[in-house]
Design a protein around this ligand. Sequence first.
Ligand code: AMP
Length: 419
Amino acid sequence: MAGLKALGGTSDILPDEAAAWQALEEKARRVLRRYGYQEIRTPLIEEAAVFTRSLGEAAEIVTKQMYLFEDRGGRSVALRPEGTASVVRAFIEHGLDRTASVSRFYYAGPMFRAERPQAGRRRQFHQLGVEVFGSASPYQDVEVLCLLRRLLEGWGLSGWALKVNSLGCREDRRRMVDQVRRQMSPHRAKLCHDCQERLEKNPLRILDCKEKGCIQLSQAVDLLESVCPTCREHFEQVTRTLQALQVPFQRDAHLVRGLEYYTRTAFEVIHSGLGAHNALGGGGRYDDLVEQMGGAAVPATGFAVGLERVLLALESEQGKPPAARPWDAFVATVSPAQIGEALALAESLRQEEVRVFANVEDRPLRRQLEQASKWMPDGFVFILGEEEVAKGIVTVRNLSTGKQEQVRHSELARWIKGR
Ligand code: AMP
């Protein structure tokens, strides 16, 4: 049988990398706590309608990228391609709007999209996202953007840029579709094949196309022309407040988001170290979605950040992080007779938060020291021989200097913590 491998576009996060993931999540949780966000964990699979109803039947993420299957009971089920729809489903299902006037949630976990795998584009990838329900205020959009900035800063990223636009209300959206169709139709032949199709079905997506010709044509489009005065005032308030709070941003009159549900404020963060797929994350306001999915008319704002891309961006700024060492010390035995004692010593040290490896094999001390040097070149070996056991001491060997000294068992935890 051929060797089994992870599916294309999916990856194992190996122990050396997992430390970086944990650090990312811990730093994020620390920031999120300060803004009062609480974690929500929704299932990785949902009834397909959760996504078709929210993202729109015509959205490319639904038509081309969703992992869709029939389960054993004949139900149409999807692997979640994004987080917002599931959070909104849960919000409505559990009546979370009744428990607090402003509800703030965050999630972190895998998403699935059947895309052509390439650098920065995976079929299983991870997002960290936030959703705030219950406020239609432009200041709420700004607060969410402040949080996004603090997350990026907390991770240690600097080479990012925030782009902001307004997609207006539902009526504005209809005008925008007409506007783009009107502006693009005379240049149909210059659009790429996909965008010629989009011109009929989903003209706004043309503004998102990465083909040179399409980018050029998009430059002439200013979506704000289609935005009504009320939505425009909302947008002006957002940008004024961002300026006042010194959140760096650029207006981007062609920014559209891939997902259909955004209204008014929409934004994206890009990073200069990422290459072709340079978006770190994005989000915006979605005032109609809760109602559209069967709930009350509850306005909301949120964003999602791609964690693989955050790690790539960090690596582009800081290089690969050094692998973390899992041990503080190695308990070695002179002969197999001390293995039981070595285990007992390791157990008591672990109770005091010392990270120790204990030798359990019948092998010469020399081999154990070689292994310890490989694993922790600047660490310590606690050597147990007949004499040490009899006296209740260990011989501590400093692996970087080769120096040895004797320390009592009872002093050992304190001794190693002092190094
Ligand atoms: P979206 O939900 O499409 O707005 O995506 C939000 C963020 O998730 C993007 O900016 C990326 O950082 C990340 N992302 C989206 N799709 C993928 C993918 N296929 N592979 C890796 N990251 C992705």
